[in-house]
Design a protein around this ligand. Structure first.
Ligand code: C2E
Ligand code: MG
Ligand code: MG
Ligand code: MG
Length: 295
């Protein structure tokens, strides 16, 4: 409930924590209630995907988009994935929801691909999706069905996911990578993975958690810490993506630190596929104009 109250208050604006009365408390939320509502959410079409653009830090070029699931529940309103994904995992619903998210985003990416927009699609996966040992086959079948090139697909997994059932996960990742799919470790720095571990995993990219990015400006240790993460990743031949880039200054610092890619509110907020297409075309057009304007 605290999670929900926090999410609710976030949507009302910063620092506006509100407390539910006992009656509301009773009526509104428990994980149990969320789980109950999640059961029908798929059938009722209550989920949709949004996409957040990712750019090349050095050139500014649009190079990808991360798919993020959204749930609009008629009973609860919009519920954050940070709240409902863990519930779905515990309730055994994450496989169904995860595959829906996967197919929907591949379908939408194929749609923008047909309009001439070619950039990577990153999709978040839960550890549970790797347990049955069929995720690679299902992913490759979907990419084939919608004719999305495997080289344009990125699997995002958190550190915890890598650590849980490591062998099964590794087998699936090897299968995916053999076909050109790329693997990113998400929220890097917030879990417990060791360097030696990362070195041995099938991995292509590291996404530095936004809690580190929010501290890169100024004279503190924040910048040096991110610098160390970038250098370490590059030493392991891994590409680095910065998440949660909220200002031009952040992006500037990341450029100086040699970060490869970035996403965040400063570049664009997550948006539905139809908006992303428009955004991508005007972003490209603006950049082309800038280049022409250069002396
Ligand atoms: P994530 O994969 O680390 O996604 C990044 C989160 O940061 C997203 O939150 C995004 O909206 C938010 N974000 C992006 N730029 C900024 C910024 O500049 N500032 C701030 N403060 N936040 C920013 P979102 O969409 O609420 O997703 C939360 C988490 O839920 C994701 O974290 C991911 O772990 C999980 N998730 C989302 N969609 C899926 C999905 O389809 N499947 C699974 N398994 N997990 C998902
Ligand atoms: Mg992610
Ligand atoms: Mg992340
Ligand atoms: Mg996260």
């Amino acid at each position: 409930c605290a999670e929900i109250a926090l999410q609710h208050s976030k949507e009302q604006g910063r620092n506006n924590i509100c407390f539910f009365s006992p009656a509301q408390h009773e009526a509104v939320l428990s994980r149990y209630r969320i789980a109950g509502l999640l059961h029908q959410a798929l059938e009722n079409n209550e989920f949709f995907m949004v996409y957040q653009p990712q750019i090349d830090v050095a050139t500014g070029e649009l190079i990808g988009a991360e798919a993020l699931i959204r749930w609009y529940s008629p009973q609860l309103g919009q519920v954050s994935p940070e709240v409902f994904i863990p519930v779905a995992e515990d309730a055994g619903l994450i496989e169904a929801i995860g595959y829906w998210a996967l197919e929907q985003s591949i379908k939408e990416a194929a749609g923008w691909g047909r309009k001439g927009l070619r950039f990577k699609l990153s999709v978040n996966f839960s550890a549970r999706q790797f347990q049955r040992g069929e995720v690679a086959n299902r992913l490759l079948a979907l990419l084939h069905e919608y004719q999305l090139p495997t080289a344009l697909f990125v699997v995002e997994l958190t550190e915890t996911c890598f650590m849980q059932c490591a062998e099964a996960t590794e087998r699936e990742l090897v299968r995916m990578r053999a076909q050109g799919v790329r693997i990113a470790i998400d929220d890097f720095g917030t879990g417990y993975s060791s360097l030696s571990y990362i070195r041995n995993m099938s991995l292509d990219m590291i996404k530095i958690d936004r809690s580190f990015i929010s501290q890169i400006d100024g004279a503190g240790t924040g910048g040096r810490l991110v610098q160390a993460m970038i250098d370490m990743s590059h030493a392991m031949k891994l590409e680095v993506v910065a998440e949660g880039v909220e200002s031009a200054e952040d992006l500037d610092v990341l450029k100086q630190l040699g970060c490869d890619q970035a996403q965040g509110y400063h570049i664009a907020r997550p948006m539905p596929a139809s908006d992303l297409e428009g955004w991508a075309f005007s972003y490209k057009a603006e950049r082309a104009e800038c280049r022409i304007d250069l002396p």
